[in-house]
Write a protein that binds this ligand. Structure first.
Ligand code: ADE
Length: 258
């Protein structure tokens, strides 16, 4: 998969995307990440990417021309305006990122992430140049670079070949619509804090049953809002009832899946 990032801070993106699993995936060829400096697509002597707002007011607005020129230059849009990539504007006004949207974005062969800065971005970028706007949450950051890195990280781990065999993407939080079960590793006991005996027992079936129940317990305690959208078996429902789920919640669950 290819991910292009348009930014006025390419070093920030380049540095973060050269570390850890994303960095490894780039070196192996599973991911092609390119950070582009929007200043390289300006036509004036000062390499201006922002200007004061029409109508007055404080702050600066990112200009439309460098973004349009960059999209064409990197082959994301042709001269007729036809897009060859899925173009995303990072913005606090966008659709909130969740695992479902991550899956949708991971299904494209190429995405372009535009990082806004300053007070805002010229509205014509939204109107004519992007396919969607994405927010990483209801808080305002100083720019779209960190949100772009968050999105890239989440999308990358779903791209085939990015995670190793021991790092499976599907056994984890949200894949079944449930929170993850608790994890433990050596030592068996530390300062009197013991790991659960069942995990040391070597009984694979019992371990699996315990983990499923703990996932259900956690989700019920912390994120009951996730349960109506989760894939639950008849046994899961019975467990939830035993764990204290109320009737209203039990009634809101979909048909059991086996
Ligand atoms: N730019 C500034 N804040 C943001 C947010 N929460 N999500 C995406 N882009 C942003």
């Amino acid at each position: 998969m290819r991910i292009d990032v348009l930014t006025v801070f390419p070093e920030m993106v380049e540095h973060a995307a050269s570390q850890s699993i994303v960095g490894r995936a780039r070196r192996s060829g599973a991911l092609d990440v390119r950070a582009w400096d929007l200043r390289d697509f300006t036509a004036d002597r000062h390499r201006t990417t922002d200007d004061s707002p029409y109508g007055g007011g404080v702050g600066m607005v990112m200009k439309v021309e460098p973004i349009d020129a960059a999209l064409r230059a990197i082959g994301a849009t042709d001269d007729g305006g036809t897009r060859d990539a899925h173009v995303v504007l990072m913005s606090p006004q966008g659709q909130k990122l969740d695992q479902e949207l991550v899956r949708v974005l991971a299904s494209y062969g190429r995405i372009v992430l535009i990082c806004g800065r300053y007070e805002g971005v010229d509205e014509r970028v939204r109107e004519h140049l992007v396919d969607r706007e994405v927010s990483i949450g209801d808080y305002v950051l100083t720019g779209g670079e960190l949100p772009a890195l968050v999105l890239m990280d989440a999308v990358s781990r779903l791209v085939p070949g990015v995670l190793g065999k021991g790092e499976s993407a599907d056994d984890e939080s949200f894949s079944e619509g449930l929170l993850e079960y608790p994890h433990y590793t050596r030592p068996e006991e530390y300062r009197g804090w013991r790991a659960p005996d069942v995990l040391l027992s070597g009984h694979h079936a019992e371990v699996a049953t315990w983990r499923r129940r703990e996932s259900l317990r956690r989700t019920l305690e912390r994120r009951p809002d996730l349960l109506p959208g989760a894939r639950l078996t008849a046994k899961d429902r019975a467990d939830l009832k035993e764990l204290g789920a109320n009737e209203k919640l039990l009634d809101s669950l979909g048909e059991p899946s086996e």
